[in-house]
Design a protein around this ligand. Sequence first.
Ligand SMILES: Nc1ncnc2c1ncn2[C@@H]1O[C@H](COP(=O)(O)OP(=O)(O)OP(=O)(O)O)[C@@H](O)[C@H]1O
Ligand SMILES: [Mg+2]
Length: 242
Amino acid sequence: MIEVENLRIAHDGRAVVDGVSFKVEGGACLGLVGESGSGKSTILRALAGLNREWSGAMRLDGAALGPVRTPGFHRRVQMVFQEPLAALHPRQNVARQLAEPRLIQRLEPRDPVPALAEVGLGPELLGRYPHQISGGQRQRVCIARALMLDPEVLLLDEPTAALDAVVERHVLDLLARLRTERGLTMILVSHSLKTVRRMAGRVAVLDGGRIVETPTVADLDAARHPVTRRMVEAAIGYRRAA
Ligand SMILES: Nc1ncnc2c1ncn2[C@@H]1O[C@H](COP(=O)(O)OP(=O)(O)OP(=O)(O)O)[C@@H](O)[C@H]1O
Ligand SMILES: [Mg+2]
C-alpha cells in the first residue's frame, strides 16, 4: 500500500532523512521508532505531502507520488499530527473542525457525534474552541477528524502521547479495530514500545535519519542495534520500576 524508496530530506543543507526505504502492506501497521530528532516526523510529513523538498520515490497503492498531493490523496491518506494544538484551527470550534475535511472534499456532511464517541468524547465539546479543551481531548478531536473521511491509510505521529492510560487503551483499541474491520493501513510513530508492540507487526528503527533495522515486534527483544537495545532496556527498566 505504501512504498518509500531511498527517501532523502535535507534541512539547511543537512540530510535529516537519508536513504530511507520501507514498505507497508495493505492492512498492516508499521511502527516507526527512534530517538528524538531521528527523523520520524519528517518522514511522515513528507509522505503526507507537507514537505515538497525530498528526493527518492514514494508510492501509494503502486502509483508514484509527486511533490504535490491531490484532494483524492488526502481522502485516502490522513495524518494525525504530533502537536494537536498546532493542527487545529484556533478560531474554529470542534464541530467546524470535524466538518472541514468533508467540506473540502465536497462530500455529504456527516454527523460528527459518532466519530467523537468513538474516541470517547461527548457532544458537549462541539461548541468549544481548541483552547477550551484539554490536550488529550485535542488529540482525540484530531483522530476523530481524520476518521471523518473514512481513510484507507492513517499516518499517526505520537497519537496517544497526551492521553492517560485508560483513554490511550480506548483509542488504541479503536485503531486496532479499524485495522481489522476496515483493513486500514497505518504508520505509527511512538516513543512507547508498549504501544508499538500492541499495534504494529514490524518496526522500523531510525537513527540519525537512517533505518538501522526493521525487526518484527516479536523479534524486538532480540534486536541488536544499540538504539533498539536502549529502547527495549528502558522499557524493561520502566516495567520493573512500575
Ligand atoms: N523545518 C526544519 N528546519 C530545520 N531542521 C528541521 C526542520 N524540521 C526538522 N528539522 C530537524 O530534522 C531532524 C529530524 O526532526 P524530526 O522532527 O523528524 O524528529 P523526530 O524523530 O520526529 O523527533 P521527536 O521524537 O522529538 O518528535 C531534527 O534534527 C530536527 O531538528
Ligand atoms: Mg516528531
